[in-house]
Design a protein. Structure first.
Ligand SMILES: [Cu+2]
Length: 151
């Protein structure tokens, strides 16, 4: 069994047992950092970059920055439901029940940031967007494409 399969097997067992995924992002499991802006300094209701491609089975540290003067509610329910959330930090404190939080939406205040460490598993196109009603209606989201390519 190769390392990714072992990891996945351990994580799936953990999920079946109702335990949090026993994933640790460290030197043995490199993460790729991705920086995403929710809003702009002049308060445009955009997410930048608007399109991202992630490789299934890799771990990403998705850093969401809010440079605007409005609060935004970062949510990716379908993406969170089809992958493994390793960790979620709002500022520095850890968020309890991170998968639930990213599904329901997590409020990021002006100038604040959050970090979502996540392994996408299932191929598809997913929305990562703002759950604030008016922002949602205004189309404030990015599309995340999860691919499973042999590298
Ligand atoms: Cu918003």
């Amino acid at each position: 069994m190769n390392t990714p399969s072992k990891f996945l097997a351990a994580a799936v067992c953990g999920l079946l047992l109702g335990l949090p995924a026993a994933a640790q992002a460290d030197d043995n499991w490199p993460t790729t950092d991705i920086f995403i802006h929710f809003g702009t300094q002049d308060n445009k209701l955009t997410v930048s970059p608007p399109e991202l491609t992630l490789q299934a089975g890799e771990i990403y540290r998705i850093v969401v920055i809010n440079p605007s003067t409005k609060s935004h509610v970062v949510a990716a329910p379908e993406l969170a439901a089809t992958g493994l959330t390793v960790d979620l930090l709002k500022g520095t404190p850890k968020v309890d029940y991170p998968t639930a939080a990213i599904s329901a939406g997590i409020s990021v205040r002006p100038g604040q940031m959050m970090e979502w460490t996540f392994m996408p598993i299932q191929e598809g196109r997913y929305k990562l967007g703002c759950n604030q009603l008016f922002h949602k209606v205004a189309g404030m989201h990015a599309m995340i494409e999860v691919v499973d390519e042999v590298l």
